[in-house]
Design a protein. Sequence first.
Length: 95
Amino acid sequence: MQTGPSLSKGLAQCHSALVRAHSRSEVLANLCQALAQAGVALVWVGVLEGSRLSCEMAAGSPERVAYARGLQLDLADESLDHPASLAFKTQATSR
């Protein structure tokens, strides 16, 4: 992830997205886009239904967005070694 001016600008755009959005989907889309423009390689928002996690919104490079949009994870699967699964199980955001 980048630091410095582009990240600061991205965080400012995130604040604007929160303040100016009129709907949940508009907030999520604007947050994802702002962070992607700030240099984050892939930004995605997951929806959890029971133990199933799927991607609702994503921004970043086309190939990474395609990966995220196809994401369907069963977080109850103990053998799953995916960062999202590990974050869910440990309630931590990084390894």
